[in-house]
Design a protein around this ligand. Structure first.
Ligand SMILES: NC(=O)c1ccc[n+]([C@@H]2O[C@H](COP(=O)([O-])OP(=O)(O)OC[C@H]3O[C@@H](n4cnc5c(N)ncnc54)[C@H](OP(=O)(O)O)[C@@H]3O)[C@@H](O)[C@H]2O)c1
Ligand SMILES: [Zn+2]
Length: 336
């Protein structure tokens, strides 16, 4: 079968469609026909050689977010059956460490992610599948696990409530648009930033109560000040956006960080933090229950996840180029 694999590290030229062995089900597994595998910055960081993946792992088929139809299941599987339409919760947990036993499961000390979705078929752990109703589009469903589950878990970590104001720096990408739509769905107010006014216009179709152009982190506190101190900042950019975001928080406000697109390291004013009782929290992914919750939002018609562009396996390299060029609002999806 065909798959889009990383055959060299560095950039989009290293993504090629190749032949790979046909997968078959093992104990507790299901075989899926992949209809959508969305692209995350995580895949781009892997491709750039910036996170964990090394030359000796190549060729490597990435793709964490998978939705499709069940083709076959191992005889031990009861959760799903051939013909079911499903989305994968890509979290692999050990089930036995103190964090798995105590929860939440995304704290697992042997936590890692499923990879392999940029392929025609995949085998996955059947327990990690969420069954979809017929009216949820499979391409749209493939946008939900990493971006929406992570954003939802961050909103929970930040204890956001209806009526709160949430700042989302860099609101036009996967996590950013997901956060914008989820904030609206829960009755809170969002302040969304981007370097691009046209991308903010496009975001407006999906939500974003206040959409402001912020060209660099230094501009952020003044640009946000007119809307008053915010209750929470969802920070997936890191770098200078941490200090700048902290300056926008009300006393006792909370910042949740899940990423480092701008930079891995942040310097911030600890005095402002302690005198104003602010909190900075880290967060990674979410729980399978979080994914089920965001699936239910979509099933209930509370929002549609925007798919900016789809690519077949031969064109998958272009998805990575488009993400690098920042010319995207919402998600990019490989449709094998
Ligand atoms: N820990 C976790 O579980 C987890 C889960 C999901 C994502 N993440 C992390 O969260 C981040 C976002 O992921 P994503 O998939 O949503 O990425 P994405 O779709 O590529 O995010 C695009 C957004 O990032 C902004 N951006 C891109 N490069 C930037 C830069 N150099 N400086 C400032 N802003 C920049 C863009 O701003 P413009 O609109 O101005 O172009 C856009 O709003 C990544 O760092 C990812 O690794 C972590
Ligand atoms: Zn564990």
């Amino acid at each position: 079968m065909r798959a889009a694999a990383f055959t060299s590290l560095g950039g989009p030229d290293g993504v090629e469609a190749i032949d790979v062995p046909e997968p078959t089900v093992g104990d507790g597994q299901a075989l899926l026909r992949v209809r959508g595998a969305s692209v995350n910055r995580h895949d781009l960081l892997y491709l750039q050689g910036d996170f964990r993946l090394r030359e000796n792992h190549l060729p490597f088929v990435s793709g964490v977010d998978v939705a499709g139809e069940v083709l076959d299941v191992d005889e031990s599987v009861e959760r799903v059956a051939p013909g079911d339409r499903v989305v994968l919760s890509p979290m692999m947990t050990c089930g036995t460490c103190q964090y798995c036993r105590d929860g939440p499961e995304n704290y697992c000390e042997r936590y890692h992610l499923f990879h392999g979705g940029f392929a025609e078929r995949v085998v996955v752990d059947a327990d990690r599948l969420v069954v979809l109703t017929d009216d949820v589009d499979l391409v749209a469903a493939s946008t939900l696990p990493v971006a929406y589950m992570t954003a939802w878990h961050m909103l929970r970590r930040a204890d956001v409530d209806a009526g709160d104001t949430v700042l989302i720096p860099g609101a036009t990408g996967g996590v950013g648009v997901a956060a914008t739509q989820l904030v609206a769905a829960m009755g809170a107010r969002s302040i969304c930033t981007s370097t691009s006014s046209s991308k903010l216009d496009a975001l407006g179709v999906h939500g974003g109560d206040h959409r402001i152009v912020v060209e660099d982190a230094e501009m952020l506190p003044d640009a946000v000040a007119e809307f008053g101190p915010v209750d929470a900042v969802l920070n997936h950019l890191g770098g200078p956006f941490t200090d700048a975001g902290l300056a926008t928080l009300r006393r006792g406000g909370r910042m949740v960080i899940c990423g480092r697109t701008a930079d891995r390291y942040s310097t911030f004013d600890t005095q402002d933090l302690f005198l104003e009782h602010k909190q900075v929290l880290g967060s990674t992914m979410g729980t399978q229950a979080d994914l089920e919750r965001v699936v239910r939002f979509v099933e209930a018609g509370q929002f549609d996840p925007p798919v900016h562009e789809t690519y077949d396996l031969e064109e998958a390299h272009q998805a990575f180029a488009d993400m690098e060029n920042r010319d995207v609002v919402g998600k990019l999806v490989v449709t094998p």
